[in-house]
Write a protein that binds this ligand. Structure first.
Ligand SMILES: Nc1ncnc2c1ncn2[C@@H]1O[C@H](COP(=O)(O)OP(=O)(O)OP(=O)(O)O)[C@@H](O)[C@H]1O
Ligand SMILES: [Mg+2]
Length: 278
């Protein structure tokens, strides 16, 4: 079943969301709910920012959307597929997840790291041994070039700056040919002008390819400039959603500093999620 509501007679059909969460609850430990009934619908091609105080559950939400954590309660659909059921392996590469720590192999070059994004599409022994088809190598190089890193293609990641590493991580994710990119604060180590530069390029590439993007971002200036929509998460609940440009810094502060409303706890805490990596 898809999460779209049927349209009324005479009304244009509602576009199926690229990502939808319905009343999503999550706990790492029994009863300690981190997400408390999160619902959102991100349309295809949306460029969304998730904001909120530290500990609000942003990374947890990202990891659930990336299929990395179980869903104890609620439903999540990615590109129309229910994540709360088992996801076909081919679907996994449709979602590119960039963790805050980027997950690059520092001892490999920028180009080799980008090529790793293609592994999901070439899982034979030849690629495992490092034999990538020439076309893939050219593509990886072109992606680095598009992100202004052609000259660093042969440089080991360990010798790259923070911003360069972030661009390598984006190139690796694009190499995967995803339809959705989930990026967890991946410009947080950069100063604002550099973060704006990286985000501007990501937005351009995302538009060219019709990708849906969700970013966890802390800086309101970046959200206003680059995102088209913003959701604010506080104590595991979405307390605000609007066009990104409509959320001002004072309004955000007010939302974050407002006393929390008690949230209804699910009557029957069904399954308890356990983070396999905790
Ligand atoms: N593996 C884990 N096991 C147990 N608790 C966890 C685990 N990961 C996160 N938490 C807890 O879940 C809550 C939400 O964490 P999360 O990382 O999702 O927050 P966040 O909004 O991303 O915060 P930040 O802005 O600091 O990155 C925090 O209280 C955190 O301590
Ligand atoms: Mg986080």
């Amino acid at each position: 079943m898809t999460p779209s509501r049927s349209s009324l007679p005479g009304e244009a059909p509602l576009e199926a969301p690229a990502i939808a969460a319905e009343d999503l609850w999550f706990a790492y430990r029994p009863g300690a709910w981190i997400l408390r009934g999160v619902s959102l619908r991100v349309p295809p091609g949306g460029f969304w920012a998730i904001m909120g105080p530290s500990g609000a559950g942003k990374t947890t939400l990202m990891r659930i959307l990336a299929g990395l954590l179980p869903i104890p309660r609620g439903r999540v659909f990615v590109l129309g597929h229910p994540l709360h059921e088992s996801l076909p392996p081919a679907m996994r590469r449709m979602v590119g997840y960039i963790p805050q720590q980027l997950g690059l192999v520092r001892g490999l070059t920028a180009l080799e790291n980008v090529l790793m994004g293609a592994l999901a599409r070439h899982d034979g022994w030849r690629t495992a041994l490092g034999f990538f088809p020439r076309a893939e190598i050219e593509r990886a190089y072109a992606l680095l070039d598009a992100l202004g890193l052609a000259e660093k293609a042969g440089e080991k990641v360990i010798r790259l700056s923070g911003g360069e590493r972030q661009r390598v991580a984006i190139a690796r994710t694009l190499m995967q040919d995803p339809q959705v990119i989930l990026a967890d604060e991946f410009v947080s180590d950069l100063d604002l002008p550099r973060a704006a530069q990286v985000l501007g390029r990501v937005r351009e590439l995302a538009r060219e390819r019709g990708l849906t993007v969700i970013l966890n971002l802390h800086e309101i200036q970046l959200v206003q400039e680059f995102a088209d929509h913003v959701a604010v998460l506080k104590e595991g609940r979405i307390v605000h959603e609007s066009a990104a440009a409509a959320l001002s810094w004072p309004a955000l502060r007010e939302l974050i500093e407002a006393p929390s409303e008690p949230s209804p706890v699910p009557a029957v805490p069904s399954l308890i999620a356990v983070d396999p990596r905790a």
